[in-house]
Design a protein around this ligand. Sequence first.
Ligand code: UDP
Length: 327
Amino acid sequence: MRYLITGGAGFIGSHLAEELLQRGDSVTVLDNFSTGAHENLKRAEQSERFKLVYGSVTDKELVTECVKGVDKVYHLASAVGVKLIIEKPIETIETIVEGASIVFGACARYRLPVLLTSTSEVYGKSESLPFCEDSDSIIGPPKYRRWAYASAKALDEFLALAYWHQIKLPVVLVRLFNTVGPRQTGQYGMVIPRLIRQALAGQPLTVYGDGNQSRCFCHVNDAVRALIELLDQPECAGELFNVGSTEHITIAELAKKIIAETGSSSEISYVPYEEAYGQGFEDMRHRVPSLDKIEAQIGYKTEHNLSSIIQCIVSHEQGNDANTRLP
Ligand code: UDP
């Protein structure tokens, strides 16, 4: 099978590319390296079945060209990371909305199945945990720039489902919950790579707010397996699935765990949100997925717990990348 992965030079996309190559598929990656990195593709590039196209998902001609030669599409290209979203709201909205419109349009032209990676941010500030795929979204007001990301991604979901309902384009929607693992950069906010790097460098671990907000972290390999199985199954067309883990932890506890597991002498530094993200920021307190739907559909179970995730990332940061898939 020949796949196109938009945003394939990113953290999740590059792991997905490797997994598909490993099972014998061909992969074309379209990426403009806005947040992705060539370095992420160094293993994928060892395969003769891999092709890299440099460019943007907002370039209609290029996207059409890429889509023409493949059987299925993963649309991952997106602005990513709370920090980037707050700092570059125009690019965030435009890339997400225009990109999806162009990619779905091209897929419709060649009638290709397409999987959209959306985000648990779409549930917003809802407090009815766990979040089920049919739960209501509670999005904050536009003065908080963070919600632009959730709103733009929600619009992509509506557009994907519109293609399904109107012309039966096989679209699969996935809401990812805090995917983490080797190669994730802390540059755009993400808490685990940031805290691990701080712990390894003996610097204070920056916990934002009171640290009582909680998250469930999912190893990228578990997420990638789900992405592959969901697009393999034709019955998933027109459906939305949560992908993540249900092991939740507060950020203050996470910082303590990282200090303990790295044997670091670092302390915890509590940083007010305004200092971390400036004005225009609002966090979500808790986020836990219901995985009932994906468990029933593909028998999804996570293989990595939080300790194993931390070990994998520490090992990657220390230059011992055990996450080898390709020869
Ligand atoms: N966070 C933190 N310290 C950091 C980076 C993030 O305490 O150095 C917090 C952030 O405010 C949020 C949680 O960790 O409450 C998860 O942040 P991340 O950006 O990884 O993902 P989010 O769930 O916000 O999309």
